[in-house]
Design a protein around this ligand. Sequence first.
Ligand SMILES: O=c1ccn([C@H]2C[C@H](O)[C@@H](COP(=O)(O)OP(=O)(O)OP(=O)(O)O)O2)c(=O)[nH]1
Length: 162
Amino acid sequence: MPVPVLLAVPQALPTYAHAGDAGADLTTRVDVVVGPGERVTVPTGVSLALPDGHVAFVVPRSGLAAKRGLTVLNSPGTVDAGYRGEVRVTLLNTDLREAVELRAGDRVAQVVVQRVERVQFLPVQELPVSARGEGGHGSTGGSDALVSTAPFPTTTTPEERP
Ligand SMILES: O=c1ccn([C@H]2C[C@H](O)[C@@H](COP(=O)(O)OP(=O)(O)OP(=O)(O)O)O2)c(=O)[nH]1
């Protein structure tokens, strides 16, 4: 599917590294140092005209995440089909000891283009039943880490409290 792309610099063109890849790499067009625990928003030099009914999600690169602790803070960043501005990536250095130095042209994130549905949200009195019901947030278990002595961080009404 062709997607018109406006480039600040020719090398900013998002590229799929391999046939079959879902994500095309995005690069920073500026040099930047992301200090330990800091976040920074970098420009990518890419502006898109996605067809209606599509979205581009900005997501982290697993190598940078695993090796350097660098992630995309708002992952997945949502690029709306109608957005014509430059795509920016908000990076977070989760490593509290080492800074991450990035040079212009370095691949910092990837973009995944998907179809999306527009739905009509219809207020109702009751929802149809389902197998899962209201179970969530670890209701199926599967990990000791889910057992916590801390209070479940959600707001409850007095009647709902044990
Ligand atoms: O990682 C991202 C996320 C968003 N955007 C751009 C494209 C998107 O269409 C626009 C708005 O994003 P979003 O709706 O997430 O931001 P908001 O904070 O809700 O702002 P707005 O009030 O402009 O919608 O910003 C990026 O460049 N990078």
